[in-house]
Design a protein around this ligand. Structure first.
Ligand code: FAD
Ligand code: PYC
Length: 416
């Protein structure tokens, strides 16, 4: 089967500074050194760093829908690195440092805004847990400070710190370097940077199975548009990982869950930072367009569907009204969902698999957007060298057998 022009999108982006799709001048290739499955932020960042840092440009990113249309385009864009364990602090702070130079690196404004992420403590457990995080973060060189309720209100004036509230604010942990970014710009910025270096991005092209030779090695991928050969295949398909990896005979300890978010009608700037509350399952910031961006916890049932139950977002709205009574008359504009995949220790898997030539990057649960640059950076290293970067070395599949868990159950900062 041959590709037709209409089946291949944005293959000709190289050198396209205006960022318009162009049709390829010639038929696309049928074999690559590396095929990346999934054109989300992580897949595209991987392609970018493979080309830029390792000189590997014979790469195709194969996407079943459109680039950035998965969780990358559906998330609430919270970026922070205030994780408890050393392995996590290294991984997520590596990402924050890359975020800090990303607009310049890509020459694309990803609107990274370090407006601060504040996590509210509502009970003794929250207080002790966040203070433990603050001490651990300090040891790892990650900024995080404790605020009294009054200091929290100074930082975020709409916050209700009335001690008689149903969920009183007892204090907060603030990471000032945390913030938000513009999600589609991240996907497009990496896509453009990769395409300019020779990477092909093939949309509307679902991978149906991963093909292995008689020797067990990777041969390529069978897609809805025919076979594409590859020496190496890297799977980065958040939420759909188990279905794709099973076709190569690899079973992973993952569960997929819906996760929802919503935005309000746009209003003038009123909310200066990001606020998260584990206890009440809600988080909120204001986008540059003026919408309040609000997120929920996961639906608890297992599903591959990118939509969740109404009762979950109703619960979130009730919590937001409790914390920020000034928003009680706001109207919501739209809600949506994504599908996230969750590991038993709530930390990702980034690395090699038992199949020679097959790599996987998954299990980011509700918190992978913040990791996008760091994840792509270390995953590209892993694929190029055939061995992990120091930073992702602990994030193996084997850790679940060996018991070397990175137990960040709080990684999402919302209860799972
Ligand atoms: P994706 O962007 O989902 O990309 C995977 C791609 O693979 C998709 O485009 C998909 O179409 C494609 N694909 C799937 N199957 C196939 C196939 N068979 N063949 C070809 N392509 C395939 N994280 C944070 O850090 N902060 C947040 O505030 C935050 N909020 C969130 C809010 C919501 C509502 C959701 C849903 C997620 C949130 N996350 C957050 C998590 C974050 O969005 C994800 O962890 C991250 O975007 C994952 O990026 P990715 O590139 O791996 O996945
Ligand atoms: O990981 O910070 C996070 C997050 C916020 C909302 C969803 N995930």
């Amino acid at each position: 089967m041959r590709f037709s022009l209409s089946q291949v999108v944005w293959q000709g982006l190289k050198g396209n500074v205006g960022w318009r799709p162009q049709w390829p001048a010639a038929e696309p290739k049928r074999a690559y050194e590396v095929v990346i499955v999934g054109a989300g932020g992580h897949g595209l960042a991987t392609a970018y760093y493979l080309a830029k840092e390792h000189g590997i440009t014979d790469v195709a990113v194969v996407e079943r829908g459109w680039l950035g249309g998965g969780n990358t385009g559906r998330n609430t864009t919270i970026i922070r690195s205030n994780y408890l364990y050393d392995e996590s602090a290294r991984l997520y702070d590596h990402a924050v440092k890359l975020w800090e130079g990303l607009s310049q690196e890509l020459n694309y404004n990803v609107m990274f805004s370090q407006r601060g992420v504040m996590m509210l403590a509502h009970n003794v457990h929250d207080t002790q847990s966040f203070q433990r995080h603050i001490y651990a973060n300090k040891l790892n060189g990650v900024d995080n400070v404790w605020l009294t309720p009054e200091e929290a209100k100074d930082y975020c004036p709409p916050l209700n710190i009335d001690p008689s509230a149903r969920y009183p604010v007892l204090g907060a942990a603030l990471q000032r370097r945390g913030g938000t970014a513009r999600h589609d710009a991240v996907a497009w910025g990496y896509a453009r940077g990769a395409a300019q270096r020779g990477v092909d991005i093939i949309q509307n092209c679902p991978v149906i199975s991963i093909a292995r030779g008689a020797d067990g090695r990777i041969k390529g991928v069978e897609t809805g548009r025919g076979f594409i050969g590859a020496k190496k295949v890297a799977v980065v398909v958040a939420g759909a990982t188990t279905t794709v990896m099973e076709t190569a005979g690899v079973t992973l300890p993952l569960q997929s869950h819906p996760l929802q978010a919503l935005v309000s009608e746009p209003v003038k700037p009123v909310f200066p930072c990001v606020v998260m509350s584990n206890a009440v399952h809600a988080y909120i910031s204001q986008s540059d367009k003026g919408e309040l961006v609000i997120g929920s916890g996961t639906d608890q049932y297992v599903s591959y569907v990118s939509r969740g139950g109404l009762h979950i977002i109703e619960h979130t709205i009730a919590a937001i009204n409790e914390l920020f009574p000034i928003f009680s008359r706001m109207r919501m504009l739209r809600s949506w969902g994504g599908t996230v995949d969750v590991t038993p220790d709530r930390s990702p898997i980034i690395g090699l698999t038992p199949v020679p030539g097959l790599y996987v990057n998954c299990g980011w649960g509700t918190g992978g957007f913040k990791a996008t640059p760091g994840s792509g950076h270390v995953f590209a290293h892993t694929i190029a060298r055939g061995e992990p970067h120091d930073i992702n070395a602990p994030y193996t599949i084997d850790r679940f057998k060996a018991g070397r868990l990175i137990d960040e159950a709080a990684a999402a900062a919302v209860a799972h």
